[in-house]
Design a protein around this ligand. Structure first.
Ligand SMILES: [Zn+2]
Ligand SMILES: [Zn+2]
Length: 282
């Protein structure tokens, strides 16, 4: 069985700890030491609405040419042993679809992860939940997240949808996750989103980062994955979302095994924006 970690950050992402010093080269060395067959280097790139003033978010943008150069160097050095994709975690493309499309089409990427870390005009869910909010406000932020995700997906930017249910991590951290009752209120919302992915043949990412925090489950969790499967979804990418070397490949093997147990037959990885199916053989 070949294992791929398709969601990884390096020092090109400002939230990667500086003291860990995880360059693209060190990331590749770590992946090889972990016995991985392939990785995708997917640093953050946040889109802002035109005219939006948000200097903190502007830091979450790397120079695509510099990124590509480091990945090309790593491919030359490790490419015979490690499949390396030059990726990007592109957040909120619907906020600036023109810029998002230009990056997707001209950025020279092998793999584009579509993600969403905030609602329109708002701050990251992490920052949002640092302040107290009423139950109504939290539900509003969740419902807006789900609605706007559909907009982001419809831009056509991205090869997979990253960490679906992302806000739940921060609701959980604040002890408010009970407000989001999946069965009573949100199954239909999520089913609509999952159908949209299936209709567009866009894979769903299983992000293992939730397994190392208070949530204790992947994003999305197995309940959502079972719903995706039942709706006919079959295409999955898997990533650790590591921001430091210690988390590279985090629970990737266990997650592949769980996916096989849930009835998924393959994991998808990307090369030059083209999907390759890696059969789950257990
Ligand atoms: Zn993310
Ligand atoms: Zn990420």
């Amino acid at each position: 069985m070949e294992y791929y970690d398709s969601h990884l950050h390096t020092l090109f992402s400002p939230d990667a700890p500086r003291d860990d010093g995880c360059t693209v080269d060190l990331l590749c060395q770590t992946a090889l030491a972990q016995g991985l067959r392939g990785i995708a280097v997917t640093d953050h790139y946040e889109l802002l609405e035109p005219g939006e003033d948000n200097p903190a978010l502007c830091e979450y943008r790397f120079d695509p040419a510099a990124h590509a150069a480091q990945v090309a160097q790593a491919k030359a050095r490790y490419g015979d042993r490690l499949h390396i994709a030059n990726g990007i975690e592109l957040s909120c493309p619907a906020f600036d679809p023109g810029a998002a499309k230009a990056l997707c089409e001209n950025g020279g990427f092998d793999f584009v992860i579509l993600s969403c870390h905030r609602d329109r005009g708002m701050i990251d869910f992490y920052d949002y939940m640092q302040e107290p909010h009423t139950a109504a406000e939290i539900r509003w932020s969740w419902e807006t997240y789900l609605t706007e995700l559909a907009e982001h997906i419809r831009t056509g930017c991205g090869d997979t949808l990253a960490h679906l249910t992302y806000p739940l991590r921060y609701y959980t951290g604040a002890g408010k996750a009970d407000l989001i009752d999946f069965d009573a209120r949100y199954r239909d919302y999520l089913a609509d989103l999952l159908r949209l992915l299936i209709d567009r043949d866009l894979p769903l990412e299983v992000n293992t980062s939730g397994l190392r925090d208070k949530m204790g489950v992947t994003l999305p969790d197995e309940k959502v994955l079972a719903l995706y499967r039942d709706l006919g979804g079959s295409r999955i990418t898997v990533g650790s979302d590591a921001h430091s070397r210690q988390h590279v490949g985090y629970k990737i093997r266990e997650t592949y095994a769980r996916l096989a147990a849930l009835g998924f037959r393959a994991v998808t990885v990307f090369e030059a924006r083209h999907p390759i199916e890696i059969p789950l053989e257990f």
